[in-house]
Design a protein around this ligand. Structure first.
Ligand code: MRU
Length: 345
C-alpha cells in the first residue's frame, strides 16, 4: 500500500480516510484535487503531504494552457492554494519552496513543456529523497532500540505518512530487520484514529507484532512496566527542539518522563524549521468539531455541544530524549545541536 504514486500525468492517492475498511484511490489530475485530498486528509502525514503538494504544483503547470509570460502568476495561485490546505506540517511549505525555486531556475525556458518536465522531475526528486531519508532514519534509529523492546507509538508515522517506509515506524522496521524482537503498542489516536486505522493495519501487513490501545491507557501500561521506549513522528520541530506532533503526543512525553522511559522523535530534517524559535510560534491546526461529535458519521455527543479540536500539540524539548534524523541523532542542547546538524552537509 503506497500513500501516493505518480502516474505520469496524475497523482494516485490512497484515500486514507477509508482505511482499513476499504482500499480506495483518487486519481488527482489537477492541483485543486490534490489540495482537496490534503485538506480532507485522504493523504496525511508531514512528508506525504509535502510530496503530494510537490506533485500538485507540477500538475498546476501541466494543466496550464495560457501564455508562457503569465505562467508565474498562475503558479503563484497554485502555490497559495496548496499552502492553505494544512498549517502545521512544515514539510508542505518546504516542498512548495523547493518547487518554486525550480520554477525560478526555468526563467529562460522557451517552452511550457520544458518547464512542466523540470517541475515533474523536482517532485520526483522530493519523493525519492523521502524514500532515501526514511531508510537512513531507520538505520540511525536502530541504535536506540534494545534487543527486545516494547515500543509505544502515536498516530501514524509510517509508510502511509511518507512516500515509503516511514519515520517512527521506519525505526521499528529497521530494528526488526536487524533481528530485534520488537512489539509495538499503537495508541488509537482520537479523534481521527490514525493509530487504530493506519498504524495497526500497516504493522500487521508487515508482520510486526502490534497491540492496539486506547489513548488513555498509556499511563497504566507504563506503570505496569510494559513500555521500554516511545517513538513518535513530528510535523514541525522548532529551532529549540520543541516538537509539534499529533494531539496527545505531549501527554505521552509527560508520562514517559514521569516513568523514566526514553522518548524519541523521528523526523527528516525537512521537518525542522529553524525560522521558528520555539514551539509557541508553531501554528496549530484546529479541525472540524464534527470529528469529535461523531465517529465516522455516527453521532457520539450532543450535536450542539461546544468542541475544541486542536489537531496537534507541542512537546517541550526538555521532555525529548533525542531527535532521530537522516543525519544522525540529535540530543540536548537542541538550540546548538540542531543548528550544527542543519549546516552540516
Ligand atoms: O493529521 P496527520 O495525520 O497528518 O498527522 C500526522 C502526524 O502527526 C505524524 O506523526 C507526523 O506527520 C509525522 S509522519 C511521518
Amino acid at each position: 500500500m503506497k500513500a501516493l504514486e505518480w502516474m505520469g500525468d496524475s497523482l494516485k492517492i490512497l484515500d486514507q480516510t477509508r482505511l482499513p475498511v476499504e482500499i480506495k484511490y483518487r486519481m488527482a489530475a489537477t492541483y485543486e484535487e490534490v489540495a482537496e485530498a490534503i485538506e480532507k486528509m485522504e493523504v496525511r502525514g508531514a512528508p506525504a503531504i509535502g510530496a503530494a503538494a510537490a506533485y500538485g504544483y507540477a500538475l498546476g503547470a501541466i494543466g496550464y494552457s495560457g501564455e508562457l509570460a503569465d505562467l508565474p502568476a498562475h503558479m503563484e495561485k497554485v502555490q497559495h492554494r496548496l499552502a492553505e490546505t494544512r498549517p502545521t506540517a512544515v514539510n508542505l511549505f518546504w516542498a512548495l519552496r523547493r518547487m518554486e525555486d525550480r520554477l525560478r531556475d526555468q526563467h529562460e525556458a522557451k517552452e511550457l513543456a520544458e518547464i512542466r518536465q523540470a517541475l515533474v522531475a523536482e517532485a520526483e526528486n522530493i519523493a525519492e529523497d523521502d524514500r532515501r531519508v526514511n531508510r537512513l532514519i531507520g538505520e540511525h534509529g536502530n541504535a536506540i532500540v534494545t534487543a527486545e523492546a516494547n515500543i509505544l507509538t502515536h498516530c501514524n508515522a509510517g509508510a502511509l505518512a511518507t512516500v515509503e517506509y516511514g519515520t517512527a515506524l521506519g525505526v521499528i522496521r529497521a530494528a526488526q530487520q536487524a533481528g530485534k524482537k520488537v512489539h509495538v503498542y499503537a495508541g488509537e489516536t482520537r479523534p481521527f484514529l490514525q493509530g487504530a486505522r493506519l498504524t495497526a493495519l500497516e504493522l500487521m501487513n508487515d508482520h510486526i507484532p502490534v497491540t492496539l490501545i486506547a489513548d488513555n491507557m498509556a499511563g497504566f501500561l507504563m506503570q505496569q512496566g510494559n513500555i521500554d521506549l516511545v517513538i513518535v513522528g513530528a510535523d514541525r520541530i522548532a529551532a529549540n527542539g520543541d516538537t509539534a506532533n499529533k494531539i496527545g503526543t505531549y501527554s505521552l512525553a509527560v508520562l514517559a518522563h514521569a516513568h523514566g522511559i526514553p522518548f524519541y522523535v523521528a523526523a527528516p530534517t525537512s521537518t525542522i524549521d529553524l525560522k521558528v524559535p520555539s514551539g509557541q510560534d508553531i501554528p496549530i491546526e484546529e479541525r472540524n468539531p464534527k470529528e469529535l461529535r461523531e465517529v465516522f458519521g455516527v453521532q457520539v455527543a450532543p450535536p450542539e455541544v461546544p468542541v475544541y479540536n486542536p489537531a496537534f500539540d507541542v512537546t517541550p524539548a526538555k521532555l525529548i530524549t533525542g531527535i532521530i534524523t537522516e543525519k544522525g541523532i540529535v540530543t540536548s542542547p537542541y538550540s546548538v545541536n540542531l543548528l550544527k546538524m542543519m549546516v552540516r552537509s
